[in-house]
Write a protein that binds this ligand. Sequence first.
Ligand code: ATP
Ligand code: NCN
Length: 213
Amino acid sequence: MTARPAAPLGRLGVFGGAFDPPHRAHRAVAEAALRQLALDALLIVPTGQAWHKARALSDGAHRLAMCHLAFDDLPGVRVDRREIDRRGPTYTVDTLTELHAEHPDAALFLIVGADQWLAIRTWHRWADILRLCTVAVANRPLAGPQAPLPDLATVGLPHVVLDVPPLDVSATALRALWHDGVPPCADAQALVSPAVARYISDHRLYASPTPDA
Ligand SMILES: Nc1ncnc2c1ncn2[C@@H]1O[C@H](COP(=O)(O)OP(=O)(O)OP(=O)(O)O)[C@@H](O)[C@H]1O
Ligand SMILES: O=C(O)c1ccc[n+]([C@@H]2O[C@H](COP(=O)([O-])O)[C@@H](O)[C@H]2O)c1
């Protein structure tokens, strides 16, 4: 029997990140994007060489493995390793250009959190990014849980806002919780999936502090 060709994708989401580690807010954002944007598929794309971060990321193989543990059970979601495999600095415009060539008829949606949206003009060829896709933004508190949410409209560029409750969860805070090499309290562990929590501990990923960026 010959395999039936895959149906063309109409709406394709792209959610990139360091995912060091992937946490509960990433998962909530992915679920909101799938639902609200009516995506046919959502790619989780762990970053290769994050030129924009001062901190060295954990090895790509670890971040890829954690993304599989965190997202593989979500229908419609695929973890995509192209940025880990690419040489040189990771530029989102390259990923979107490749995806556009692979799926010329698909509408592309780039999912980002508020911090990245507010910095979009620092991204490599950001104007081309806006031509290639629709940016969907998840708001998040940037200055602690009590601080007002940033005003996404100040960027002055077209975007859609994802309807996801703001979550004060960051990978930076999670790495700090694991710093002493022993798993943190149950509440903190619940900010990542049990499988990711186990992976971090088994591989002693954040056992020694690194400067954050
Ligand atoms: N709590 C959150 N709410 C909404 N978006 C988020 C949240 N946390 C991360 N994101 C978004 O997910 C994407 C990937 O984020 P990343 O993997 O860098 O996580 P992070 O928690 O921001 O990490 P770090 O603290 O190391 O910078 C980015 O677009 C980021 O803005
Ligand atoms: O292409 C760029 O210039 C660029 C600049 C900053 C961030 N990004 C991408 O934005 C995504 C989220 O970044 P981060 O730092 O929050 O993990 C991730 O996929 C990065 O590769 C991309």
